[in-house]
Ligand binder design. Structure first.
Ligand code: ZN
Length: 261
């Protein structure tokens, strides 16, 4: 089965709709899953939650979803202000049923999803927002492959086959050597073919706030043999202008979209 994996939408509905359209054009894709951070930072959190609820087979809880729903912990002032503004948008919904439905959806987001080998894909699949050790909050940075061998060993020890993650907003694949390969370094068509017996961690990048200096929305497609990375263009100005109109959302959140960082 082919699974499209999206993550870190961050309230950017324009980017999300562009990615969903791109996914729909690939007829081999049978389901969409989401690795969390649906909201936080961006100007259209309600629309993003509604779209993910409608289109995705399941979604995980990211640190920003958690921060909006419960308490923003270890957030910088800009992220914290955005989290409180986002919460206000959910609270301001006049339609009681819609408000309860959205909070119900956020409250039921899962922290990890495990799919045994052969169930949906040929390899055992572990899905978390951040890392297998600390699913909601820990980052696995590209540099960790070089600089943090102990951390990488502990992380890989918790993985049976393939792990899919988001959180850093930097797409690529970690192998258990350990090593990290950005999509541009894995050869043909930005597609990575799994090697028998090898473990891998796939970071699918971010739909709504890419940070790998490519401002296009990022997602990945997983099948039995490997993973391919994809980018979708969207009208950045549409999202950026909305951010600038909202005083609680820092202008930097608009500027960074153009730069992809
Ligand atoms: Zn994020």
């Amino acid at each position: 089965m082919s699974t499209a994996i999206i993550s870190d939408i961050h309230g950017n509905a324009v980017a999300l709709k562009s990615v969903l359209q791109d996914i729909e054009s690939r007829t081999e894709i049978e389901r969409i899953v989401c690795l969390g951070d649906i909201i936080g930072y961006g100007p259209e959190p309600l629309e993003c939650v509604d779209l993910v609820a409608e289109k995705c087979a399941w979604s995980l809880m990211g640190n920003h979803d958690f921060g909006v729903l419960y308490e923003p912990t270890n957030f910088n002032p800009g992220a914290e202000s955005a989290a409180y503004w986002t919460r206000d948008q959910f609270d301001a919904e006049q339609d009681e049923e819609a408000r309860a439905r959205r909070y119900g959806f956020l409250g039921k987001l899962r922290v990890r999803v495990v799919e045994p080998a052969g169930e949906i894909t040929s390899r055992a699949l572990l899905a978390v927002h951040g890392s297998p050790r600390k699913p909601i909050n820990e980052y696995i940075f590209p540099d960790d492959a070089l600089n943090s061998p102990d951390k990488m060993k502990q992380v890989f020890d918790l993985i049976e086959g393939i792990a899919i993650v988001g959180h850093t907003h930097v797409p690529g694949i970690f192998t258990d050597e350990p090593d990290f390969y950005p999509p541009g370094e894995i050869g043909d068509g930005e597609r990575y073919k799994f090697i028998e017996g090898e473990k891998a961690i796939i970071n699918v990048g971010s739909v709504g706030q890419p940070r790998d200096l490519d401002p296009r929305a990022s997602y990945a497609v997983l099948d039995n043999e490997g993973v391919s990375f994809h980018r979708a263009e969207y009208t950045i100005a549409e999202t950026a202008d909305k951010i600038r109109e909202i005083p609680e959302l820092n202008d930097w959140l608009a500027d960074r979209l153009y730069e992809g960082r």
